[in-house]
Design a protein around this ligand. Sequence first.
Ligand code: NAD
Length: 363
Amino acid sequence: MSKQILVLAGDGIGPEIVAAAEKVLETVNNAFKLDLQWEHGLLGGVAIDQYGEPYPEATSEQAKKADAILLGAVGGPKWDQIERSIRPERGLLKIRSELNLFANLRPAILYPQLADASSLKPEVVAGLDILIVRELTGGIYFGQPRGIRELENGEKQGYNTDVYAESEIKRIAKVAFDLAGLRGGKVCSVDKANVLEVTELWKQTVSQEQQENYPNIQLSHMYVDNAAMQLVRAPKQFDVIVTGNLFGDILSDEAAMLTGSIGMLPSASLDEHGKGMYEPCHGSAPDIAGKDIANPLATILSVAMMLRYTFREETAAKAIEDAVGQVLDQGLRTADILSEGMTKVGTKAMGQAVVDVLNRTLK
Ligand code: NAD
């Protein structure tokens, strides 16, 4: 039976970058006879416009049936004033939690051709290849109780709850250890165990999992403040970083910026069975939407992650990543990664350049 993909282009630059990625998907699907099929659905602002909610029932039905989801990005100023509970970003949180996409994988890879785009010295970042594994459906973003209450003295007080059960920590630790086994064999678990009990349990549980089931993986622990510092001081010391929802949110953006362009970074959010949602790390970039200038490479590289992690098609995944490298070798750059002497191209031309390389190399 053919495998099903749900494509959710979303808002802003979403439709442009997803269109480029679909052409790449079509090319590898034909070349490798992958037997993938896909249909389109609505998420975010476009869904609000049509159904009055960001994650309508129709999309939920499609998402449950699909083996994998390719997402552009959601949100934009048009929907910023509507009630918080039905804003586009709520759709994103809902689909992640409904599908139990608890493991967020964010690679921070610096293509050597783009070493100058980083704000760090090229020798500190050239060849950088880190994978951040962030727990995505628990922790302080979902913990109860939460809210803003009024104290007896009339002052308002905001409060949230950071909670992790052992089972939640174990399953994300397993993902990190399994992935480290396919890479450099090292995991750094990030916590704040000196202050927060919830992360003290995190640290103990990750250690126990390593001792019982992953003796060949080298595990280290680091406090989050130190990890934030080490990421800019000597980022190449890391292989896989595993951490909770809040710390992961911050550290993965920091790691993304090390590479100089958010337009280059893909991500995956997986459930326990390998079903996943794949999307670029950036948002819907309303400031450049509809102008054919957005960088489609993060979305194209998200397709490569989808082939690797959900469909286990490593050769096809690698072919896409190599094609992106070759396009950069040709000197083609979208505006966000442009440097002197390079050729500026738009979204469509960049996508087509990747397709052309694939057509040439996969003949
Ligand atoms: P953003 O990532 O959309 O944009 C930040 C900056 O990076 C902008 O200058 C933008 O032009 C640029 N940029 C982003 N992607 C690019 C690309 N592919 N090529 C070239 N330049 C690119 O973040 P923001 O401006 O904070 O948010 C805009 C909207 O996106 C908001 O509504 C926000 O809520 C939403 N958002 C959505 C997601 C998601 O769908 N996963 C993630 C983050 C933000």
